[in-house]
Design a protein. Sequence first.
Length: 197
Amino acid sequence: MFHTINPDILTRMKYLEDINARDRQDNTPLLQRLRQIPPETGRFLALLAAGSPEGDMIEIGTSAGYSTLWLSLAAEHTGRSITTFEVLPEKVKLARETFKVTRAANRIKLVEGDARDHLRNFKKIAFCFLDAEKDVYADCYEMVVPNLVPGGLLVADNAINHQAVLQPVLDRALTDTRVDALIVPIGKGELVCRKIG
Ligand SMILES: C[S@@+](CC[C@H](N)C(=O)[O-])C[C@H]1O[C@@H](n2cnc3c(N)ncnc32)[C@H](O)[C@@H]1O
């Protein structure tokens, strides 16, 4: 999977990594920043997604499509597609450009809007990456977990760097008898939940 990444994807990843690094240094307003996962988290997500059972792959919080590109490697590897949700029109435009220039668009369905208006349509979720505003995590968690297939994974970003604000949803996951869960200290901290059953 990582040994055969097409050069267009590598070029776009590097382009987005450079913008993301600049955003953090030049006081770009928060909502305009890309706020991407680091590359090691991308690899971690791709490995987990590639090993997930049959079912839908979804992502909540596309930004410019950087994490989606990592997940698209797993989608390609397992012959699936991924649906990703983004609420801000400017980010949707950037993500469309990302998927077009990398020729990854055939594996990716980008949905513009609040993910919470669409999640109920996904009844067999094999893998979900949650990386949106922190105030929607609890709603998304409650909408996704019942619809995870047995062995399906929900991975939520920022479990360490935004631990305080996410504590209620972290506590919910770590004591939820429907899933086995732990927080992995990679990147900004990933909450990993696996559906029991
Ligand atoms: C941290 S960024 C995502 C970064 C991206 N996952 C990456 O690593 O490349 C969060 C994104 O989620 C979007 N977002 C926030 N709330 C959302 C919601 N309810 N539904 C869909 N997108 C949402 C924001 O507009 C923002 O672009």
